[in-house]
Design a protein. Structure first.
Length: 539
C-alpha cells in the first residue's frame, strides 16, 4: 500500500475509525497487578513468549513467507520483526507499507502477535537504516562529530530536521497500523529506535552539541533530581554529590568534568529526541512503547565503547525525566551476570522486558529464572529465525513448557512470596527461599551425598495451602513449614505433567527414587520437567 502526501477520502475515513478504536477497552495497554506491571491484550494479561528476527529478515516478502509457519512451530506467541525507515519511506513523503501489511497478515494467519522494532534514526548506535535521501543530505541531516572533529555515521540528536522527519515517518507508520490492525491487535507493543548512543567518543562534539553542553542543565532535569534526590540511581547521585549538589550550572558544573558527565548529557539528548518521536506515534495509535539498550560489557566499559547516552541503568533517572512517553526501558542481555542486569532494570519500578538474549541452554535457564523472579512482561531470543523447530533445542523446550506455566505465572505476578525462580551452579550449590509460609530448600541434584550436576534452574509457585507447581531441571527441592518448624515434612505426592499429541496431560505419579525416597521433589536431568507437588507433615 502506497500513500502520498495527501490522504485520500478512504484513508481519512479509516483514520476516523481508528480514532474510535483507539479508545476501546481492548487496545493493548499496561496495567499494575500488585507490584507487577502486566501487558493487557484483548482484555487479558499477556505473557510475551517471543523471538526477535534477524535485522534484514523482514526486508523481503519471499524470505518471510515460510518463516511464519516456522515461528509458530517454535512455540512462540509473539515475533519481534524490524520495520526500517528506509523501506517504508524510500522517497520523502511517499510511504510504502507493503512489507508491513505482509508482516501483519503473516503473523495473524498463524495466531501470532507482533512487537515491531522501529529502526528509524538509529540502530545499534549508527544511522544505517535511514533512507538514502537522509544519508546523502548531510547538511540538512548533520552527523555527529567526535574527537579531532571527525564526522561519524550517526545523525546528531541536535538535527531538528532529522527529528521531524523521523517523527513524521513513525506517526505515519502508527496511523497505518491502527487502520489495518486496530480491531485485531496483532501488533501489541512497539520498540522505538534500537540501542542508541554515541560510538567512538563519550559525547557529540559538533558545534551545536558543544554549545548545549556549556549551557545550563535544563530546569526539567534539575527539578526531577531535586524532587527525587534520595531515590536517584547511585551513579547519577554520586556525580551530582561530588560536584556539591549545585542547583544550576552547565553540565560540567552540575555533574563534574569527565566521560560519565558526557554520558549523562547524551542520555538527556537521546531521551528528548526519542520521546518526541514516540509522542508523534502515540498520537496516532497509543500502544505501549519502550526503548532498548546495548549494555556495558567487559572490554567496553567506557562511554563510546558502549553507546554513550543509551538507556542504561546508571542514567535511568535521566531517561525517566526526559522521555515521559516511553513506558519502560529494556536490556538486551548478552552478559554472564544475567541476574545483576535483571535487578538493575527493575529499579525505579521499571518493568522488565528482555527483547534480546542468546539462544543457548544457559539463556533458556536464565529466562525461566526471569519469569519466576521479576514479573517479566516477556522475553525474546535474538535471531529466532535461525532455529529449526525439528531440532527441539533449549529455547523450543522452554517455550513449550511456558505454554503450560504461563497462565499460572501471570496469576502470581505481583503477589508477595508465592513464586520464585532459581539458578544454581558451583558457586551457589543450594539456596533457602521463603514461599508463603514454607521454607524451601533448593539444591543441585545429588545421589548418596554426591553432587552429580554443575548447574540447575527452575521456578516454584505456591498454588495452594500445601501445593506447589515446580518446573526446571537438575534440582532437588524440599519443604519445611515456617509455622510449625518442629514438624517434619515430606513429599505427599508428585504428579508429572507431560505434553502428548499436542495436549498437556498427567504423566506418571512419581514416587520412590523419583522423589528422593519421599524427601524431595526431583527435577529431571536432561529436560525441563513440570510437576505438581503436595507436601505433608508428620511428627
Amino acid at each position: 500500500m502506497k500513500i502520498g502526501k495527501h490522504l485520500t477520502i478512504f484513508a481519512a475515513l479509516s483514520l476516523l475509525s481508528c480514532m474510535v478504536v483507539r479508545g476501546a477497552d481492548r487496545l493493548p495497554y499496561l496495567k499494575k497487578q500488585g507490584t507487577a506491571m502486566q501487558l493487557i491484550v484483548d482484555g487479558k494479561p499477556f505473557l510475551v513468549i517471543g523471538g526477535e528476527l534477524r535485522n534484514s529478515s523482514t526486508g523481503s516478502l519471499e524470505y518471510m513467507k515460510p518463516l511464519w509457519n516456522q515461528m509458530a512451530a517454535l512455540n512462540l506467541n509473539t515475533v519481534l520483526p524490524v520495520i526500517s525507515w528506509e523501506l517504508i519511506e524510500p522517497e520523502e513523503g511517499n510511504y510504502d507499507f507493503t512489507l508491513v501489511d505482509a508482516m501483519i497478515e503473516g503473523a495473524r494467519a498463524q495466531g501470532l502477535r507482533l512487537i515491531p522494532l522501529w529502526f528509524g534514526t538509529w540502530k545499534n548506535g549508527m544511522s544505517s537504516y535511514v533512507p538514502l535521501w537522509v544519508k546523502e543530505d548531510y547538511k540538512r541531516f548533520p552527523r555527529m562529530k567526535v574527537q579531532n572533529s571527525e564526522s561519524i555515521e550517526i545523525i546528531s540528536t541536535f538535527s531538528r530536521e532529522a527529528l521531524e522527519a523521523d517523527a513524521r515517518a513513525f506517526a505515519a507508520l502508527m496511523r497505518h497500523i491502527c487502520e489495518v490492525d486496530g480491531k485485531h491487535h496483532t501488533v501489541i507493543m512497539m520498540q522505538v529506535e534500537n540501542e542508541v548512543g554515541v560510538l567512538g567518543d563519550s559525547r557529540d562534539r559538533s558545534e551545536a552539541a558543544i554549545k548545549a553542553f556549556n549551557q545550563p542543565v535544563p530546569q526539567e532535569l534539575m527539578d526531577y533530581m531535586n524532587k527525587n534526590k534520595e531515590s536517584l540511581i547511585p551513579e547519577l547521585k554520586t556525580l551530582w554529590e561530588t560536584a556539591g549538589y549545585p542547583s544550576s550550572g552547565s553540565w560540567a558544573e552540575v555533574f563534574g568534568p569527565g566521560m560519565w558527565t558526557d554520558n549523562v548529557f547524551m542520555a538527556w539528548q537521546y531521551a528528548g529526541y526519542i520521546d518526541k518521536v514516540t509522542a508523534a506515534g502515540k498520537a496516532e495509535y497509543p500502544l505501549p512503547m519502550y526503548v532498548n539498550a546495548w549494555l556495558e560489557l567487559p572490554g567496553m566499559m567506557k562511554p563510546g565503547r558502549f553507546p554513550s547516552g543509551g538507556p542504561l541503568p546508571r542514567v535511568m533517572d535521566v531517561w525517566k525525566a526526559g522521555a515521559p512517553h516511553i513506558d519502560f526501558i529494556s536490556p538486551d542481555i548478552y552478559a554472564e551476570n544475567f541476574e545483576d542486569w535483571c535487578n538493575w532494570y527493575t529499579q525505579l519500578d521499571n518493568p522488565l522486558f528482555i527483547p534480546e538474549v542468546g539462544r543457548s541452554a544457559e539463556s533458556a535457564a536464565n529466562l525461566l529464572f526471569a519469569f519466576g523472579n521479576y514479573s517479566t512482561i516477556g522475553t525474546s531470543p535474538f535471531a529466532i529465525d535461525d532455529l529449526d523447530p525439528a531440532e527441539d533445542g533449549p529455547i523450543e523446550k522452554l517455550y513449550l513448557a511456558m505454554q503450560y506455566l504461563g497462565p499460572e505465572i501471570l496469576k502470581h505476578q505481583g503477589r508477595e512470596n508465592t513464586m520464585t525462580g532459581f539458578l544454581l551452579d558451583d558457586s551457589r550449590r543450594s539456596i533457602d527461599v521463603q514461599i508463603g509460609d514454607y521454607n524451601v530448600v533448593i539444591e543441585l541434584f545429588s545421589h548418596r551425598g554426591k553432587i552429580l550436576v554443575d548447574d540447575a534452574f527452575g521456578l516454584i509457585i505456591k498454588t495452594g495451602d500445601r501445593e506447589f507447581l515446580i518446573a526446571g531441571s537438575r534440582a532437588l527441592i524440599s519443604f519445611k513449614s515456617l509455622l510449625s518448624p518442629q514438624d517434619k515434612y515430606g513429599i505427599g505426592k508428585v504428579q508429572e505433567i507431560v505434553f502428548v499429541n499436542g495436549q498437556w496431560r498427567h504423566g506418571r505419579r512419581l514416587n520412590g527414587d523419583e522423589t528422593h525416597r519421599g524427601r524431595a521433589a526431583r527435577l529431571p536431568m536432561d529436560e525441563i520437567g513440570i510437576q505438581h507437588v503436595t507436601v505433608y507433615h508428620y511428627k
